[in-house]
Design a protein. Sequence first.
Length: 119
Amino acid sequence: QVQVVESGGGLVQAGGSLRLSCAASGRGFSINAMGWYRQAPGTERELVATITSGGSTNYADSVKGRFTISRDNAKNTVYLQMSSLKPEDTAVYYCRVEIVKTYAIFPSWGPGTQVTVSS
């Protein structure tokens, strides 16, 4: 069984920075794409950023130039560096990891971490 856990959320003032981390643990698996999604109250979950196993990245327009996604393949970990935070970035941030195990590919989600940006 693969576990995915996020960390690094918290309360920050507008204009500040936070770094989220997400680690996948378990046995007998590899990882394809990794990504961050977020969900604010009353809204649908939306893509924030993704990164492939080769390092190609994709960002939502709303975070381009402010957020940076990266990964450490040796640690099965993905990061989200968030800068110039805005109140509208307030949401629960979820990590999604594409797991490859025994010829199957499936997504695995973390429980989420709250990010609150005060104005």
